[in-house]
Design a protein around this ligand. Structure first.
Ligand code: TRP
Length: 465
């Protein structure tokens, strides 16, 4: 099997695909609103520290585990240790894969729906006069089960079509085609935001810290988001890493992916907050920021029809290139471990996700009263899938990854493997790791900082602290 495993055609392809996975709804939909609610630049600062201290080391480790074993998460752990416990950690990743996709696909569906609505000019109708009426429109559309299910089906079908074509012709081609478009659209939106009146208010909101908003919970939120935005904790980066050749270096690829992901989140923040502030709206609108607040504001601008369409196209592209990486984990599992053909694996896993996602899609209509209470809040199926994946499965996965790398596989082995890859010597990889100080820093973060902090995030997420 191993010999005919597909590989990325170049390191650049891997970087684009990995960046495509990292840059998603987390950057464009979630980051701006959580930064908005939690002190703007102060949140950004803490988030950057989390990316550097935890995100980067774990990203290196995930990609490395994939490249070293050329396997999906379950197979990767099976290859490296005989202890059966670890293969269940890998299985947790496969489970997280369809839990995440089941709600991600609904939001991806909304993005496609709004791209269409922008195209047919709905945002210029009275329904989109104010964020309030736009909110009503959103709720009205969502009250129709067929609308939500239909767009979820469309989103998942696009993901399936890409995955059916395989690693090079599917994942790689889609990322190579879509990521430049994404960057281009984002830059147009940033420029148009910056030339709006009062744009500086939006920019300074993102770059001037309000430290009073920062507390223990904000830090944990930033850490959790650092994890989600880099696609860590469920083996997505591991699976992408398994299609890398041993000649490709990981250290630099990780820096680049984390850098691109962060820059794109910040640019999305600039594009959104300049519009929000120039219209005098509240930046702390929460999850509805993108679907309620933005369409009426964007469509009021000169050329607004065009910008609104571009914005939702951007959101859809980001969701698709992330969605494919989420499902690929379970597909790789069936292909490697059960020797299924790719086609069969994709169809089986997508059907399962499709079924699991139905209650999520119906959470906004038929099943909206079907809730579970937890911590004094009512959770719909959609909320549960989001909560379970982001707050439990991902931190769990991340925690065990750090423990595995630090204590089971061992830092020496991690560093030795990281150094395989020819361009490490060209860049600073080698010198960095020959530097004893760096190695001991890496050792310290992986063994102590990562597990402890991730564990705290976990406790916080389940409401124990
Ligand atoms: N990183 C993506 C985002 O920001 C989401 C994502 C894709 C993801 N693959 C993942 C999150 C794997 C966790 C694990 O939207």
């Amino acid at each position: 099997m191993e010999n005919n495993r597909e590989q990325w055609s170049s390191k650049a392809s891997f970087i684009l695909a990995a960046a495509g996975s990292a840059v998603g709804l987390g950057n464009i939909w979630k980051f701006p609103y959580i930064a908005g609610e939690n002190g703007g630049a102060a949140f950004l600062f803490i988030y950057l520290i989390c990316i550097l201290l935890i995100g980067l080391p774990i990203l290196n480790i995930e990609i490395l585990l994939g490249r070293a074993t050329k396997k999906n998460p379950v197979g990767a752990f099976k290859t490296l240790t005989n202890n059966p416990f670890w293969k269940y950690v890998g299985a947790l990743g496969v489970l997280a894969s369809f839990t995440i996709l089941s709600f991600y696909s609904v939001v991806g569906g909304w993005s496609l729906a709004y791209t269409y609505e922008a195209l047919i000019g709905t945002f210029n109708t009275p329904a989109f006069n104010t964020p309030l009426t736009a909110g009503d429109f959103f709720n009205l559309k969502n009250s129709n089960p067929l609308w939500v299910l239909g767009y979820h089906t469309l989103f998942l079908s696009i993901v399936v079509l890409i995955l059916l074509s395989g690693v090079r012709a599917g994942l790689e081609k889609a990322s190579k085609f879509l990521m430049p478009i994404l960057l281009f659209i984002l830059l147009i939106l940033v420029v148009q935001g910056l030339i709006l009146p009062d744009a500086n208010k939006g920019v300074s909101f993102l770059f001037q810290p309000d430290w009073s908003k920062i507390n223990g919970q904000t830090i944990l939120l930033a850490l959790g988001h650092a994890f989600f935005t880099l696609s860590l904790g469920m083996g997505a980066m591991m699976t992408y890493g398994s299609y890398l050749s041993d000649n490709d270096d990981i250290v630099n690829a990780s820096y680049l992916v984390a850098f691109l992901d962060t820059v794109i989140a910040i640019l999305a923040g600039v594009a959104i907050f300049t519009v929000v502030f120039s219209s005098g709206y509240d930046p702390t609108a929460g999850p509805g920021l993108v679907f309620h607040v933005l369409p009426p504001l964007l469509s009021d601008l000169t050329g607004g029809y065009f910008f609104a369409f571009l914005f939702f196209l951007l959101l859809s592209i980001a969701a698709i290139t992330s969605g494919i990486s989420i499902l690929e984990v379970s597909v790789a599992y069936l292909v490697d471990e059960k020797q299924y053909s790719r086609k069969k694996a994709v169809l089986i896993m997508a059907s399962m996700v499709y079924l699991v996602a139905i209650p999520c899609a119906l959470s906004f209509n038929l099943l909206s009263d079907f809730t579970f209470s937890f911590q004094d809040k009512a959770f719909t199926f959609f909320d549960i899938a989001d909560y379970l994946a982001s707050n439990i499965l991902l931190p769990f996965g991340g925690f065990f990854l750090a423990v595995f790398a630090g204590y089971v596989w061992g830092i020496d082995e991690v560093v030795r493997n990281l150094l395989i890859g020819e361009s490490n010597s060209i860049y600073f990889g080698n010198t960095v790791f020959e530097n004893k100080k760096f190695k001991s820093f890496f050792n310290f973060t992986v063994k102590y900082i990562c597990p402890v902090l991730i564990f705290l995030v976990f406790l916080y997420s389940i409401g124990w602290i």
